[in-house]
Ligand binder design. Structure first.
Ligand code: IMP
Ligand code: MG
Length: 186
């Protein structure tokens, strides 16, 4: 982990970006996660459900490294709460279309914070009686309160800070930064 400034400046006056997880480290970890996931499912078919839009980059990098036959499904939820880590109401924007009854499901999200988002999607998936349902998140915030659900696979535990980049946004911005950075006050 390095603490240097990163090339992309902050679009928000009074805030700056501090490097948290450089792109090479992300890629190494994604490869390791894919190996572990492959070991569990072997070559059994899988339905991978990605939570948009935060999991966009993580999902696509992970998918490219999974070798079993798989279907990809995207769901979109919004839990907008600005930079605050306080849980807010979750809103479905795009619901699951696939029928996952009797199938192995892997739910992929960018970050596990309060766990509200994963808990909401998991409820919908479990109603369909899949053969199994596991979760994989790139980041998990170490917060005082326990999350509503735990993830089966976690890329990196991080402090309770607001992060952007590699798909994660603030106010719709910063998703295209290839590294993960902390958006902090100057
Ligand atoms: P949860 O529902 O509280 O677990 O929050 C999960 C969702 O909130 C994630 O899918 C993200 O979209 C968003 N989120 C939580 N923390 C951050 C953050 O530090 N940066 C950007 N998005 C975040
Ligand atoms: Mg999200």
């Amino acid at each position: 982990m390095s603490n240097g400034r990163i090339g992309h400046g902050s679009s928000h006056p009074g805030y700056e970006l501090a490097m948290l997880i450089p792109r090479a480290e992300i890629q190494r970890r994604v490869a390791a996660l894919a190996r572990r996931i492959h070991r569990i499912y072997d070559n059994q078919p899988l339905v991978v459900i990605g939570v948009m839009s935060g999991a966009l980059f993580f999902l696509s990098d992970l998918l490219r490294r999974l070798e079993q036959p798989l279907q990809v499904e995207l769901v979109t939820l919004r839990s907008y709460r600005g930079k605050s880590t306080k849980p807010s109401k979750i809103q479905w924007i795009h619901r699951m279309q696939a029928d996952v009854a009797g199938k192995h499901v892997l739910l992929v999200d960018d970050i596990l914070d309060s766990g509200q988002t994963l808990a909401t999607v998991l409820r919908t998936i479990r109603r369909q009686k899949p053969l199994s349902c596991r979760t994989c998140v790139l980041l998990r915030k170490e917060r005082a309160e326990k999350p509503k659900v735990e993830a089966d696979w976690i890329g990196f535990p991080i402090a309770d800070v607001f992060v952007v980049g590699y798909g994660l946004d603030f106010d719709g911005l910063y998703r295209n930064i290839p590294d993960i950075a902390v958006l902090q006050q100057k």
